[in-house]
Design a protein. Structure first.
Length: 216
């Protein structure tokens, strides 16, 4: 019961619709009614500009990090699992809240930023590798969706490699959760993947540094 309360709190934290709130505050609109219709940082960037997009990105990541680090500190007496396991479960609950937010009709984002925030708090090295993968993908292809998919897939791969070839010892549950999270986020990006395959996915050419070099 105590764990259930922590998971509910984490879900409600993750469900805070940051993009909707920012959209209402900045322009009086619901960003889900514009462009891709997604309640995430990327769509916010497209609809409201980079400042709003970065703000939503930071807030969404903060939800995941807070759920994994602060919520487990709430004292509900004994819990059935160790602290690392509780942190993972609370972070995952926040991701679910972000994707299916109760406050705004269960139409949320794709969970990348909130999942990243959770993982930054729990497994900073694999996340650092994922951020590098994302950055390299953006420089080469300029597509946020592709970078997000490749980055999230790299996390469980990094955990396996680090557990076998370094002194790191990440909990097996974390590996399982990151695999499930990767599959979940890839599934949420299925429409983007189809557009990438058919070369119809929108890109951000301004971040593709190689284009600037070639066209000089």
């Amino acid at each position: 019961m105590n764990l259930a309360l922590l998971l509910v709190i984490s879900y409600l934290l993750g469900a805070i619709p940051t993009s909707v709130i920012v959209g209402k505050a900045v322009r009086g609109i619901d960003v889900r009614e514009h462009d891709s219709g997604n309640a995430g940082a990327t769509n916010t960037w497209r609809v409201l500009g980079w400042k709003a997009g970065v703000t939503v990105l930071a807030l969404d990541a903060a939800k995941g990090a807070a759920a994994a680090t602060l919520v487990p500190l709430i004292n509900f007496a004994s819990l059935p699992f160790t602290a690392p396991v509780v942190a993972i479960l609370c972070g995952l609950s926040a991701v679910i809240g972000h994707v299916f937010p109760v406050y705004v009709g269960f139409r949320g984002g794709k969970g990348v930023a909130t999942g990243a925030g959770m993982l930054i708090a729990i497994a900073p090295i694999p996340v650092g590798i994922a951020i590098s993968v994302f950055g390299l993908s953006m420089v080469l292809f300029g597509m946020v969706s592709l970078g997000s998919v490749l980055a999230v897939i790299s996390v469980p791969i990094s955990i396996v490699i680090l557990n076998h070839f370094s002194s790191a010892s990440y909990h097996p549950l974390l590996l399982g959760i990151t695999c499930v999270l990767a599959l979940f986020i890839v599934f949420n990006h299925r429409a983007n993947i189809v557009r990438i395959i058919h070369r119809r996915e929108r890109s951000l050419p301004q971040v593709q540094l190689w284009r600037r070099i070639v066209h000089r």
